[in-house]
Design a protein around this ligand. Sequence first.
Ligand code: GCO
Ligand code: MN
Ligand code: MN
Length: 389
Amino acid sequence: MTNTYQPHSDNRFTFGLWTVGNTGRDPFGAPVRKALSPVEIVRLLAEVGAYGVNFHDDDLVPIDATPAARKKIIADFRKALSDTGLVVPMATTNLFGDPAFRDGAFTSNDPHVRAYALQKTMNAIDLGVSLGAGIYVFWGGREGTETDAGKNLLDAQKWMREAMNFLCGYVRDQKYALKFALEAKPNEPRGDIFLPTTGAMLAFIETLDHPEMVGVNPEVAHEHMAGLNFTHAVAQAWDAGKLFHIDLNDQSFGRYDQDLRFGSHNLKSAFFLVKFLEDVGYTGSRHFDAHAYRTADEDDVKAFAAGCMRTYLILKEKAAQFWEDAEIQGLLAEIVADDGAMDRFKGKYSPAKSKALKAEAFDRGALGRRGLPYERLDQLVVELLMGVR
Ligand code: GCO
Ligand code: MN
Ligand code: MN
């Protein structure tokens, strides 16, 4: 057992420039913290022990930067990366901030906006790849509607598919070793965002020309905003071989998009999530897409970032303890007990199996009388998390 919980590069802990760089501006109030430059953010992340830094094109290079300014910003950023050893595992496009995207980017009703969105993304892909990104995230914050009176929903699906196919074509043409990760969110900033859940994204991916290049980037807050179990969504993505990236944060169910420090709100869900990722051996980035409370000053922002990683590592230790706890394991063994009698019906269909299964006599009453000690098991997990085991 360790009590240091020091982040290590193996943990693949990453943050976006926009996360620790968040100035606390919200719909009701002005910024409360000074804007940090990308170089300052890289230094801050190195100080707290992060492995990598991700960015939107516009986080790094302002959308209206001159070519000379762009060159200098990128050179300074590169130097900060090499000074600190931080890497850039993921990049993404801001397709939501500029007024041009007020009706969406790839699904805007305006063909000029759709074409501009493709151009902006190709440029941002070039930038991301030049800085080492292997994963490219797509979060379509403005892809959606407030009213369904003005947008043909089938056109929107088609435009989204055409955009992904076009950009996969571009990446292949450039011979970039880059994979796409699609991030679902049910709403905010649009009233309803298209493809609102990780499950919807997984189904959409199968309709693309190159589904093997495209996976998902599920985010805790986004499934919780939809009232869903995040770990179940992650498990489905993992089962499909599509968990290319993950956005960790926290969120109170039924609230506005909060982006809270990882594990700060639903500690038990965070535990089951970390346990799942560690159990299956997920090796991708553990990206914290969160920001500090608006009350935070710069020191508190560091505490926020360190807290995300520390909580993850503590929960990882708890997950290992779960597997070592004899009482928990005893109950689990009882719950999943298998006497082997049903082995002859398992697996692939065959006519003989179906015939035998139809002829089998089941004692339905006995099946229904069997209780399961989930209460006892769950209490043990709760006590494990409370630190008394
Ligand atoms: C949000 C999203 C974004 C994306 C980011 C990367 O709710 O605003 O989570 O933070 O993750 O744009 O694509
Ligand atoms: Mn989010
Ligand atoms: Mn996100």
